[in-house]
Write a protein that binds this ligand. Structure first.
Ligand code: SAM
Ligand code: DTB
Ligand code: SF4
Length: 387
């Protein structure tokens, strides 16, 4: 039986192809069963496989090409996110293998170079001055201490060092100090990443000139849900910073957080926004909320592990050449969940026993997990061939 279901003229990218799909969880139900009827009649059904199943699979494979595109429709994102789990995983793995070695994971280590006392009101964050958490405010870290931390991180196997500061945005003097840190970490042969809050175009340029590789600035959640999480800066502020970062020629690291009480539609919206930026972010961190006592989101309902895996798999399909980072929240995930995330296409982690202020799995536990899964660290720029 010939199961070419889409008419030859129908491209995966034409909205018409998808307007026939309805609903959210029922997104695969055809409004028009014409093609199914054409295929039906028990001519040559594979045992256990209905024509409708074949339709679903073809639909997903049509979307999961492994070739980057930035014109995804929200319906497409939703239909990927809500696909039957096995189909979603299969498609994500195909895309992953097309673009990456599936047994390699990029290793980043975080360092909080300026901790606590932040004036912003991000509802998830233990570093906001507005919430009563155990985080102690600290001044900007001395350059020597940053170099010492980066040296240890490198010895432990990290190839990227990410410096985080609890700022709304950096001031000129602080920029000079950060520039010195970036230059010093670069000299160690590590990739550098910084996350310092909002940036003006000239600040992004200054970081680029210092040799910074990546700038992390997350969208955090959907544009709609955002107002429930942060009021002191807008979604547009975040998009503007990302624009400045891109314009300066820095690589973008941008993702979000799940488990903040948002709906499934918000997660799809966030992924849609990320995947339709003018360029896909080079790194896409998917964080699971780390609930910290004293923050407004401390008692949010527990997030379902398989939803997290869906998030990773959908990000992998939508942004096939980006590193998708299984980011904060690993301490609360068992080995099986993490393994599923790697199968779904996650290929980056934060390594080291601390994130910025909260815990991360012990390095020995991570080593054992990677050994059990046969995962190797992705070589960093120090190991790149100069030929
Ligand atoms: N202050 C800068 C900013 O917000 O842009 C940089 C540091 S901030 C801590 C970086 C990111 O960490 C946030 O955008 C958020 O996505 C993530 N983050 C912070 N607290 C978190 C938590 N409790 N759980 C998960 N992710 C968190
Ligand atoms: C990202 O997406 N997650 C990291 C990094 N980028 C800066 C931060 C996670 C922070 C978790 C809470 C904490 O440790 O303070
Ligand atoms: Fe400040 Fe960043 Fe925390 Fe928001 S996420 S409160 S901006 S440190």
């Amino acid at each position: 039986m010939d199961i070419r279901i889409l008419p030859a003229s129908a491209s995966a990218y034409e909205p018409d192809t998808y307007s026939r799909f309805t609903g959210w969880r029922n997104n695969y139900q055809l409004q028009n069963h014409q093609e199914i009827r054409q295929m039906d009649g028990n001519q040559s059904k594979t045992p256990g496989t209905t024509c409708e199943n074949a339709q679903k699979l073809l639909q997903l494979e049509h979307l999961a090409t492994g070739i980057p595109r930035t014109n995804w429709t929200l319906d497409e994102v939703r239909s990927i996110y809500t696909a039957p789990f096995a189909d979603l995983m299969h498609a994500a793995q195909q895309v992953h293998r097309q673009n990456f070695d599936p047994n390699e994971v990029q290793i980043s280590t975080l360092c909080s170079v300026k901790t606590g006392g932040c004036p912003e009101d991000c509802g998830y964050c233990p570093q906001s001055i507005r919430y009563n958490t155990d985080v102690e405010n600290e001044p900007l870290m001395e350059l020597d201490e940053v170099i010492a931390n980066a040296t240890v991180a490198k010895q432990e196997g990290a190839t990227r060092f990410c410096m985080g500061a609890a700022w709304r945005s950096p001031k000129p003097k602080q920029m000079d100090q950060i520039v010195a840190m970036v230059e010093a970490v670069n000299d160690l042969g590590m990739e550098t990443c910084a996350t310092l809050g909002m940036l003006q175009p000239e600040q992004a340029q200054q970081l680029k000139d210092a040799g910074l590789d990546y700038y992390n600035h997350n969208l955090d959640t959907s544009a709609n849900y955002y107002k429930h999480i942060i009021t002191t800066r807008t979604y547009q502020n975040r998009l503007d910073t990302l624009q400045s970062v891109r314009d300066a020629g820095l690589k973008v690291c941008c993702g979000g957080i799940v488990g903040m009480g948002e709906e499934e539609t918000d997660r799809a919206d966030l992924l849609h926004t990320l995947a339709t930026l003018p360029e896909h972010p080079g790194s896409v961190p998917i964080n699971q909320l780390v609930q910290v006592e004293g923050t407004p989101l401390a008692a949010t309902r527990t997030f379902d592990a398989l939803e997290f895996v869906r998030m990773i798999a959908t990000a992998r399909i939508l942004m096939p050449r980006s590193h998708v980072r299984l980011s904060a929240g690993r301490e609360n995930m068992d080995d099986s969940t993490q393994a599923l995330c790697f199968l779904a296409g996650a290929n980056s982690i934060f390594y080291g026993e601390k994130l910025l202020t909260t815990g991360n799995p012990e390095t020995e536990a991570d080593r054992q997990l990677m050994a059990k899964l046969g995962i190797n660290p992705e070589p960093g720029k120090a190991n790149e061939s100069s030929v």
